[in-house]
Ligand binder design. Structure first.
Ligand SMILES: [Zn+2]
Length: 337
């Protein structure tokens, strides 16, 4: 695997292609929809004249994702070549990945566990008069390197709407991701906790997760860094303000991700720091908190959506939508590797 070259990444060409061939194959005039493809062509990969579909990388900083284009452009196939947060990515790629995370969040493995996985997707796209475009994911197939693929379908019912698995269950958190690869809760959010020594109410305004010092800590959702640095009892603290106004906090860190600064945009699951025991802490753990309009709430609720199923009365409609989307996913080319 060639080392990551940020300059090379800056030369990344992002192109969007409406795959007319795909439409021809399906032979249907489903006018509002287009099969589409996102093509990220790394100049180094071109120079090498090869596509390393599933080559492992030693460095998570060397992250990039590459659309598989064996000979011709293909619709909706993306392979994770080297997962992890990426410092340099095409604008289109950013939007695309955020959309996948927003749609499926917790139903897909973490970025750094997607090595060699492929995603096929069907999306529609609307262009605006100002030349901007609005893409919208309708169905996704996630195919791990080993094991069975999973498919997810958008369904808009009377009571529920969102992305459902093949059984009609809505089980994905929408974009929120775990701040640690493994969550081992040692102390829950508790606004009425009695302090064990002081014997007075001392709310626990976050959730503690035990983890060894140095364990990577990730942004739970995309947003803007609002604080990085020492913050009283929080020790080394990172806070992120997310698009809906929620602010998440990550306390007691041993160190911060290199170069992280207030105002930085981060995406879901981007590395922000490492577990530690700074501030008021008795051992290495992550104190993960969330607040909205200044009031702390249980941050764990962001990560665990209730599993809900399509109501029985609408099941036949769901199955019809699913069948149509399955056909379109089947028609999307697979990466050749
Ligand atoms: Zn805590």
């Amino acid at each position: 695997m060639e080392p990551f070259d940020p300059d090379s990444s800056r030369r990344t060409i992002a192109t969007l292609d409406v795959a007319l061939g795909c439409i021809a194959i399906l032979g249907l005039a489903w006018i509002p929809f287009f099969c589409w493809s996102v093509s990220l062509e790394k100049s180094w990969a071109r120079a090498a004249g090869e596509r390393t579909a599933a080559a492992p990388s030693a460095s998570t900083e060397a992250a990039h994702r590459e659309l598989v284009t064996p000979e011709q452009e293909q619709a909706g196939a993306l392979v994770w070549v080297s997962p992890g947060p990426s410092a340099a990515r095409g604008e289109l790629d950013e939007v695309f990945l955020d959309e996948i995370d927003d749609a499926l969040g917790s139903c897909l493995p973490d970025d750094d566990h997607r090595e060699g996985a492929t995603i096929r997707l069907v999306a529609d796209e609307k262009g605006a008069e100002d030349g901007s475009r609005d893409t919208h994911i309708l169905a996704v197939e996630y195919r791990p390197p080993v094991g069975e693929p999973s498919r997810f379908y958008e369904f808009v019912g009377h009571e529920l709407q969102g992305y459902f698995d093949a059984t009609g269950t809505q089980a994905c958190s929408t974009g929120w991701r775990s701040p640690l690869a493994n969550l081992r809760r040692t102390s829950p959010f508790n606004p009425r906790r009695m302090h064990p020594i002081l014997r007075r109410p001392m709310p626990h305004q976050g959730t503690d997760f035990g983890a060894p010092k140095g364990t990577p800590v990730y942004a739970s959702y995309r947003g803007t860094i609002s604080f990085v640095g020492p913050h009283g009892a929080h020790g080394n603290w990172v806070a992120i303000v997310h698009p809906d106004g929620t602010e998440t906090g990550y306390a007691h860190l041993s160190k911060f991700a290199q170069g992280l600064e207030v105002g930085d945009q981060v995406r879901a699951h981007q590395l922000i720091g490492y577990v530690g025991s700074t501030g008021r802490s008795t051992g290495p753990h992550l104190h993960f908190s969330a607040r909205a309009k200044g009031t702390y709430f249980d941050a764990e609720t962001l990560l665990t959506p209730p599993a809900t199923a399509v109501p029985e009365a609408e099941r036949h409609v769901f199955l019809k939508v699913k069948a149509e989307l399955d056909q379109r996913l089947d028609a999307a080319p697979r990466p050749a590797h």
